[in-house]
Design a protein around this ligand. Structure first.
Ligand code: SF4
Length: 399
């Protein structure tokens, strides 16, 4: 499906299901299928080949680096509960294997589970325990890597790519799909928020350990297991200063809702290199409906972007994709204007981890976005209009 519209999925719009992806059954929902003989879409509840056997839709949660073209086609009439916080990409079975309706936007194997051997992670954990017995942030990352299976946590202990720096226990937004705090609906957060704010010294130790041992290292504030890092400004600003006192190597990055422009400005002055701003939409009303800001405005987000750009920093958006909404005519028009105005450097195409039908319904009530143009088409058109704009999935190392 793209928004509310079922689409016949053709092979040329699919890729072999990426390694590490997961298939999911959608309980209570009914599959929408295309009946070739009748040339029409139908909702079916029972297996046409086995009497009285109920059947359910199947979706794919694609591996990092892939953006969904469509989501799984299903009927959820009469169901109020939301699906758990994942993205539900369309998937089919070809002659020999499963195929995902997805587009590869980043080929880097940063979060490829095949490159994260468990023995190596254990070795790294043991080393860090000996070297930094009192660092609470490192103890927290051990849980992330070993219990939650967080790829960013694993990469810290494997000395690869990007290390996570969770710091914040609270947030000034209340996103519908927040993965670290859920108190309403039938949803549960898939990660527990960090319960303390590490000291600047603890943060600097993790960062320097990573930067000194990894080529093209990135260290990032703003992770799935915390609130928004700008609310921990008092810890992260001195931490950045401590890091930059010791080295000018490595990329210090901030993943954020960008709600506090004055803080962003000060972090940039302290030595922050890049900022990735999460947005489900560049249209204010649609942003408000998903992020539900508690104490800031959409205009503050725009001011933060402006502040970072003015100081010559690398700015990405973490653009949360739901096919049918993200590639709609109105959103695309607004996106082009946004890029033209703010000259952001990169779009990180991420799949929105939220019930796609309920999300589309909610957004359509706010504003009809018009016809979906197709995810591939909008990415191609953006490359044409903005040749310097980078498309990808991960925070790039700048040095
Ligand atoms: S900005 Fe991040 S931490 Fe805050 S509510 Fe949204 S998803 Fe959760």
């Amino acid at each position: 499906m793209s928004g509310n519209t079922p689409v016949v999925l053709k092979k040329d719009k699919t890729v072999p299901m990426p390694h590490g992806s997961e298939l999911m059954m959608l309980p209570q929902r009914k599959p929408i299928v295309y009946n070739i003989a009748k040339d029409k879409f139908e909702i079916i509840e029972y297996n046409p080949f086995v009497q009285r056997e109920k059947i359910f839709p199947v979706a794919v949660f694609n591996s990092p680096g892939y953006v969904n073209r469509y989501f799984c086609a299903y009927d959820d009439e009469g169901i109020k509960d939301l699906l758990p916080l994942f993205s539900y990409g369309a998937v089919g079975f070809g002659k020999n294997d499963f195929r995902s309706a997805a587009i590869l936007v980043d080929t880097e194997p940063r979060q490829d589970l095949r490159q994260m051997p468990h023995n190596g992670i254990i070795k790294g954990v043991n080393q860090m325990q000996k070297k930094y017995p009192d660092n609470r942030l490192i103890r927290h990352l051990e849980t992330c890597a070993l219990q939650y299976g967080c790829p960013a946590g694993k990469n810290f202990f494997l000395k690869r790519y990007e290390a996570p720096l969770p710091t914040s226990t609270v947030c000034n937004a209340n996103c519908l799909g927040c993965i670290s705090l859920q108190t309403q609906n039938n949803l549960c957060a898939c990660q527990e928020r960090i319960s303390f704010t590490p000291t600047p010294e603890e943060i600097a130790q993790v960062s320097l350990e990573h930067i000194f041992h990894v080529k093209k290292a990135v260290v990032s504030f703003g992770q799935g297991c915390e609130g928004d890092p700008l609310t921990a400004f008092k810890a992260i600003e001195p931490a950045i200063r401590l890091i930059r006192k010791k080295t000018d190597k490595g990329t210090i990055n901030l993943n954020t809702n960008a709600s506090l422009p004055q803080h962003v400005e000060k972090l940039c002055k302290a030595g922050l290199d890049s900022m990735r701003v999460s947005l489900n939409s560049v249209r204010e009303d649609c942003y408000q409906a998903y992020f539900r800001p508690k104490s800031y405005q959409f205009s503050d987000v725009l001011k933060s972007i402006q502040a970072a750009k003015q100081q010559g920093k690398f700015v990405s958006i973490n653009y949360l994709n739901c096919p049918g909404f993200t590639d709609s005519e109105k959103e695309f028009k607004a996106l082009k204007e946004f890029i033209d105005t703010y000259q952001i450097n990169m779009i990180q195409w991420r799949n929105l981890n939220f019930d796609p039908k309920k999300y589309y319904e909610l957004m359509s009530k706010i504003e009809d976005g018009g016809r979906p143009l197709g995810m591939e088409i909008i990415i191609k058109q953006l490359s044409k209009y903005f040749p310097k704009l980078i498309h990808g999935y991960f925070n790039p190392p700048l040095f």
